[in-house]
Design a protein around this ligand. Structure first.
Ligand SMILES: [Cu+2]
Length: 155
């Protein structure tokens, strides 16, 4: 009974926050043979200002938020602690130079399948909201291979 009550409280808490944050256009890239890291792009919209503060992947050991930076003439990736999302303004991670990094994939990402992450956002009102996101896995392209090269240098 105690456990059921706990679950009910959790459901109510989630519902109270539901609707502040929506995620769209989530996609990921199919991995090349032997590649154990993946990336994901998505667009986050929030009614109130928010910060993306955590990412959990269902298909990888860990997930991080990364930004691309120029260093010694090369594009490198750096982990960031959070990503700001302005109120009412869609935050396109890719356009802003960010991506989500899936590290230590438990299995290859195959084109046409889905991969799932759980995002944790801290809202301006101090509450946290978690959003489950399913991303479509797209096939590898030339530019993806360029990025994988940099990925290996960093990790
Ligand atoms: Cu990265």
């Amino acid at each position: 009974m105690k456990r059921i009550l706990g679950m009910l409280v959790m459901l109510v808490a989630v519902q109270a926050n539901a609707g502040e944050v929506t995620v769209s256009d989530a996609w990921s890239r199919a991995t090349a043979p032997g590649q154990d890291n993946g990336m994901m792009q998505l667009v986050i919209s929030s009614k109130q200002a928010a910060k993306l503060v955590g990412v959990t992947s269902m298909d990888a050991k860990t997930a991080e938020m990364h930004t691309m930076v120029h260093e010694n003439g090369m594009m490198m990736m750096r982990q960031v602690e959070s990503i700001d999302v302005a109120a009412g303004k869609p935050m396109d991670l890719g356009a802003a130079g960010y991506h989500l990094m899936l590290i230590g994939l438990k299995h290859p990402l195959k084109a046409g399948e889905m991969t799932e992450v759980l995002l944790t956002l801290r809202l301006a009102n101090g509450k946290e909201e978690q959003v489950s996101v399913k991303a479509k896995i797209k096939s590898l392209t030339g530019s993806a291979q360029h990025m994988d090269m940099n990925m290996d240098m960093h990790h």
